[in-house]
Design a protein around this ligand. Structure first.
Ligand code: SF4
Ligand code: SF4
Ligand code: SF4
Ligand code: FES
Length: 898
């Protein structure tokens, strides 16, 4: 392993002076000489170097002359020291570099005409730049191509053994799936153990490979790089908001590339704190849903029992007539709408405006209701901010991270890479508390496995341990003596021993975690699905805020309580007011000043203050017949919610169900009209990621078939209903949002949010806090069923959308099998593929099992993306009384051999 450019970018290195090409340069001592040279603006060739990982020093291209040394020096692995006199140019260096290129080329197949990297190859560029025209003693390697991986092919004939692939995988991603192996007389890159590649399939190795040795199976032999149009846009899968290049040829999406590339190799190691520019498997290989054959290409109208392809005009006439009739007969509150947080900000804004100003109803909701709103409401109540306060850089530079209820490498893989960097480069202490053996737990300094559903109790224990060990920050607590007294009283009954007995987290681990969190200078809490999508999610976030308050971790730089968003624009959905409780800007729907402002801006009378139904209430009112027409944009409640929510009965009762979606979903099949919508690859707009950064979504291809962007369809619908909207592009909507929410876009930078706990602590806290710590045992502890069944996300999928992406389904098809801990399987005497009977209080079904080491004993798991078999229907639903968030991802079950 080469030298680190700096031992730790957080540690201030001594400033040194050295001379480069006759000019005096000030630099940090101990960093790579190559970095110092490139920081002066001088770029010398470097084929095995990339700023995101440690220098490797194999290619022999970055040669420089150092005074006092006879032979050229590899500048990437040489450390900059004071007084060095360096020369980077000269015929001697040119010839030495040319020799290095010749050496690589002499064992290269030179099959450029059939290489995907042709025109995007550093070896080609270097051969051209150094005028390599004559290769003496060239020989071929004749290594068979390794095509065993579902996404990447390895052609080691082209490999220059730069190790960039190995280093990015090991150093940046901490996955370590590749290695060198001497085979057939050559050093070759092989998947670990020379087996078929088994990894996260992020494709970052492909991105940094400077030649065509690793190729993308999806785009191989299709087009040369220069034949494709490259559109910079934002990933449509999760809230990380990764930037990507959609590479297209006419209407075809050919591949996805990333800012991480061998072409983008120069930078300061400290810059990676903001992200390394890579993608995860969903972003890189999950694009095929865009031009999937299953896309809806024409509107459908129900005629009798059939959905029949119908021209747009006729369909829209029908839709408008029936909406208008229902509104006329039954009033605006007979209409409701649901929208996915995969829509852009501009569309989410338009949706709530259409519902409120067009239809005149406040019955509207988005998929942020599935959990994110628990976090938003808790954080708004306690801190006055409705989103995560910390960005990726804060997370990377944190000294302590408390990750609770989050399988982050599966849900938000690139935020996970920030925590990995915090561990590896910045030496953070990371405590992972989860009921699954997560990948992050395997890397963390303090992994803690707890019993499912006991996250809330663990937090009680952490607050109690903090008080018992006197780890409190007096500056924070003495300002609010009454509140502090009330908190102490509220947790007086909490016994660490009892918490340990119920949760499986030992008293020692509770105390140790409390100390790590309290004593670090920059401590971050990150909670996710295991908190916000579970019963008591709202209260549990408030308890985490209590923990941060008493330890002085609120409002301090680099500290805070955060969450992650699973869909790309859950934050935007809340910010744009796609919830009955919020107007745009998270203004309360009942706040008269805000109501007046929006009523004036839209020139309408808003629905009454206090009115409005959320997702669960909307479905209830559909069942009771109060809501007669439902407009569903991109949501699929029938496939998402368990049978106990009686979604089918709710939809069956409707007089009008209009579904707008790129696909004919389960919900769409029940509709009276289906409107074909575009994917984010066919429209412009913005997403707001989990850091609060507003990111551009750009149109890469024309709409498929007759599909249209959601904003376009909503504008047409609004105008047909009598509104006078003049939006001709997403930019027009953006201009309106900018006027109403000045600073929201903030040039793509997260707007600073400053949490202020003082108002809450002196206003209602003392009464609230007593109820918060009431639980003494997990709510389902009386249920005698021995196993916890968990449903959740897996890395290769995102909601149901990714199941339409051929590549992701190839990597991770629905096996229909329940994942179990191998020891449990042994105990039950069931082997892989054996059928078991799975029974909850809601019902029973048979399915096969498969072993999975990451599943803790006495738990089992089924991916939420698949409904075959319909495991979700075994789930009960618990609705949060404050936030209306329905929790349905965990229940107790018995498992018996069928
Ligand atoms: S695809 Fe990603 S995880 Fe797999 S080997 Fe390449 S860099 Fe490593
Ligand atoms: S496969 Fe590519 S990145 Fe990996 S060592 Fe070979 S040339 Fe370098
Ligand atoms: S981490 Fe999220 S935003 Fe980034 S590429 Fe993966 S799915 Fe897309
Ligand atoms: S960049 Fe220094 S040896 Fe390759």
């Amino acid at each position: 392993m080469g030298l680190k450019p700096a031992t730790n970018p957080d540690v201030e290195a001594v400033t040194i002076e050295l001379s480069i090409d006759g000019k005096s340069v000030m630099a940090k001592g101990g960093v790579s000489l190559y970095d110092v040279i490139s920081s002066t603006g001088k770029i010398i060739p470097a084929m095995c170097y990339h700023y995101t990982f440690d220098p490797f020093g194999s290619c022999g291209m970055c040669l420089v002359m150092q005074e006092g040394k006879k032979a050229p020096v590899r500048s990437c692995t040489a450390k900059a020291t004071a007084g060095m006199i360096i020369r980077t140019e000269g015929d001697d260096l040119f010839q030495a570099r040319k020799k290095a290129v010749e050496k690589h080329l002499s064992v290269h197949p030179l099959d450029c005409p059939v290489c995907d990297a042709d025109g995007h190859c550093e070896l080609q560029d270097m051969a051209f730049r150094h005028g390599v025209t004559n290769l003496a003693n060239a020989k071929q390697k004749f290594i068979p191509e390794d095509t065993r991986s579902p996404v990447l092919d390895f052609n080691m004939n082209r490999c220059i053994a730069c190790a960039e692939c190995i280093n990015v995988c090991k150093d940046v991603l901490m996955i370590d799936a590749l290695q060198f192996m001497k085979k057939g007389g050559f050093n070759q890159v092989v998947p670990k153990g020379d087996l078929a590649l088994s990894c996260e399939f992020c494709g970052d190795c492909l991105a940094v490979c400077p030649v065509g040795a690793i190729t993308n199976k999806f785009s191989k032999y299709l087009y040369k790089p220069w034949q494709m149009k490259k559109t910079t846009t934002t990933c449509n899968y999760c809230g990380d908001g990764c930037q990507m290049y959609l590479e297209t040829k006419d209407a075809e999406v050919v591949r996805v590339t990333s800012p991480l590339s061998w072409k983008n190799k120069w930078g300061d190691r400290a810059e990676t704190a903001k992200g390394h520019g890579g993608l995860c498997v969903r972003g890189r290989f999950g694009f095929e849903y865009i031009d999937s054959a299953a896309r809806m290409k024409q509107p459908l109208l129900r005629k009798g029992n059939q959905l029949v392809e119908t021209p747009w005009l006729e369909t829209m006439h029908q839709v408008v007539d029936r909406f208008s009739e229902i509104r006329r007969k039954h009033g605006p509150d007979a209409i409701a709408g649901l929208i996915t947080a995969r829509c852009t900000n501009e569309e989410l804004y338009l949706f709530q405006k259409l519902m409120r100003a067009g239809f005149g109803t406040n019955h509207l909701d988005s998929s942020a209701r599935y959990g994110h709103l628990n976090f938003v409401h808790a954080s708004r109540l306690a801190l006055g901010i409705g989103r995560s306060p910390n960005d990726w850089e804060d997370l990377t530079r944190a000294k302590a991270v408390l990750l609770i209820g989050s399988n982050i490498t599966e849900t938000n893989p690139l935020t996970a890479v920030r925590i990995k960097e915090a561990i590896r480069v910045y030496k953070a202490q990371v405590v992972v508390i989860d009921s699954t053996v997560t990948n992050m737990a395997k890397l963390a300094s303090h992994p803690v496995l707890i019993k499912p559903g006991t996250e809330g109790l663990v937090i009680d224990g952490l607050v109690k341990a903090t008080l018992e060990l006197d780890l409190i920050d007096e500056d924070s607590t003495k300002k609010h003596p009454q509140a502090f007294k009330a908190l102490k009283a509220a947790v007086a009954h909490v016994s660490l021993e009892q918490v340990a007995a119920h949760t499986g987290m030992s008293v020692e681990a509770l105390k140790n975690t409390a100390a790590i969190f309290a004593e670090a200078s920059r401590s971050i809490i990150l909670c996710a699905e295991g908190i916000v999508r579970r019963p008591d999610g709202y209260q549990n976030v408030l308890k985490l805020i209590d923990l941060a308050w008493i330890t002085g971790k609120l409002g301090q730089p680099g500290c805070g309580v955060n969450t992650v968003t699973e869909e790309p624009n859950e934050q935007g959905a809340v910010d744009m007011g796609a919830a009955p409780e919020f107007l745009p800007g998270q203004a309360s729907f009942n706040d008269q000043t805000a109501r007046d402002r929006f009523a004036k801006a839209w020139d309408v009378t808003l629905p009454e203050a206090g009115s409005g139904a959320n997702l669960v209430e909307i479905l209830k009112r559909c069942r009771s017949g109060q809501i007669r027409a439902l407009y569903v944009i991109g949501e699929n409640p029938l496939a998402t919610l368990p049978a106990s929510m009686e979604v089918r009965a709710a939809l069956d009762r409707l007089e009008l169900l209009v579904v707008q979606d790129p696909f004919l979903t389960e919900t769409a099949r029940m509709a009276h009209a289906v409107l074909p919508a575009c994917t984010s690859a066919e429209k412009d707009g913005t997403f707001t990621n989990l850091e609060g950064r507003v990111l551009r979504v750009r149109e890469a291809i024309d709409p498929i078939g007759e599909s249209l962007p959601d904003w376009h369809i909503m504008t047409a619908l609004a105008n047909a209903l009598g509104c006078q909207w003049e939006y001709e592009s997403s930019n027009d909507i953006q201009a309106e949002i900018m006027k109403l929410l000045p600073g929201y876009y903030n040039l793509g930078q997260p707007r600073k949010v400053v949490p202020t706990v003082d108002r809450y602590l002196s206003n209602g806290y003392t009464t609230d806090v007593a109820a918060r710590y009431r639980a003494s045992a997990p709510s389902d502890s009386k249920n005698q069923r021995p196993f916890a069944l968990l449903m959740g996300q897996i890395l290769y999928h995102s909601g149901k959308l990714s199941t339409k992406a051929h590549g992701l389904i190839t990597i991770a098809p629905n096996t229909g099998r329940l994942r179990m801990n191998p020891q449990d399987m042994e105990r039950l005497a069931v082997g892989e593929g054996t059928t078991v009977r799975l029974t909850s209080d809601r019902g029973s079904m048979q399915l096969a099992v498969q072993p999975d080491q990451s599943i803790a004993p006495q738990t089992c798991f089924f991916p939420e993306h698949f409904n075959e078999p319909p495991v979700k229907d075994l789930m009960s639903v618990e609705v949060d009384p404050t936030t209306g968030v329905p929790s349905f991802k965990q229940t107790r079950v018995t498992i018996e051999k069928a």
